[in-house]
Design a binder for this molecule. Structure first.
Ligand SMILES: [Zn+2]
Length: 300
């Protein structure tokens, strides 16, 4: 089976500034990997469309989107101490959200898909851009699945090492979406305790740094089992940050690239369409390997 990889050149032009860990080099490394000859038979490429205003406004109010667009139009700016826009950042964000929506369409048509785009999205709430995130791509995808495709049960699994606070805030009142997050705790942004349950649809798995890889792998799978017990998802969306690997400068988990393939193989047993959208991960030469392992597992 082939995997649809969706990207857009604007992902390379979103520039948060020299020395910023969420750099264009992250996407470049993943593109370099997936353009390699060993992926020739398993990767199909698409350029991301812009998300429609309707798709965006299901997640963020119009005045929030207008503020971001205006800031980019002025050449960029700072929305908080670590979240910056450049002139092309709004287009990159709208294309990233469009890639996430396109990922849903391909996944539901029977082809696993990976939206290899930035800026990431899982820290963005309805009205607050933060943690390098502007538009919450995975929630744009989930709502597109519900509204555009008529689904009733969507599971989001967030394996980024940081808690997806924005995703949780956006879905915690909607029982049609279940949200699972494995993350280092305590760590930015500080949320993600087990007692944060939403309407019973939120499953947080906070863990300290430095545990054996197998523990993180098993503990996330336990949460997946719990979340899908008696509730069969029609679509699984992965918030695929690769900053839970050993050596990431922002965190202290111990995963290796192959571990992402292990999870994908585990979840394929659910028999549910799968899509993944890039979140964090800050060592380009490591995240290219992790993305490659994930794509090969999606294709298997
Ligand atoms: Zn992260």
């Amino acid at each position: 089976m082939s995997v649809h990889v969706i990207w857009h050149p604007s992902s390379l032009r979103h520039d948060p500034g020299r020395g910023h860990p969420e750099s264009p080099a992250r996407i470049q490394a993943i593109l370099d990997e997936l353009r390699g000859s060993q992926y020739g038979d398993i990767v199909e490429w698409s350029e991301a469309p812009a998300a429609t205003p309707e798709q965006l406004q299901r997640v963020h109010p119009p005045d929030y989107l207008e503020r971001l667009e205006a800031m980019a139009g002025r050449g960029g700016g700072m929305v908080d101490g670590d979240t910056f826009l450049s002139a092309d950042s709004y287009e990159a964000a709208v294309r990233a959200a469009g890639a996430a929506a396109m990922m849903v369409r391909h996944a539901l048509a029977g082809q696993p898909a990976f939206a290899a785009v930035r800026p990431p999205g899982h820290h963005a709430t309805a009205e607050v851009a933060m943690g390098f995130c502007l538009i919450n791509n995975v929630v744009v995808a989930a709502r597109s699945a519900l509204v555009d495709h008529g689904l009733e049960r969507v599971l989001i699994i967030d394996w980024d090492v940081h808690h997806g606070n924005g995703t949780q805030a956006l879905v915690q009142d909607d029982p049609r979406i279940r949200f699972i997050s494995l993350h280092q705790h305590p760590l930015y942004p500080g949320t993600g305790r087990p007692e944060e349950r939403g309407v019973g649809n939120v499953f947080n798995v906070p863990r300290p740094p430095g545990l054996p890889r197998a523990t993180y792998l098993a503990d996330l799978n336990t949460a997946v089992d719990e979340a899908t017990s008696g509730w069969e998802p029609e679509l699984v969306l992965v918030s695929a940050g690769f900053d839970a690997m050993a050596g990431d400068p922002l965190a202290g988990f111990t995963l290796e690239p192959l571990d992402y393939a292990t999870w994908i193989h585990d979840w394929k047993r659910l028999g549910t369409p799968l899509g993944a959208v890039l979140e964090g991960g800050y060592v380009p030469e490591r995240i290219r390997l992790a993305a490659g392992e994930m794509v090969r597992a999606l294709a298997a």
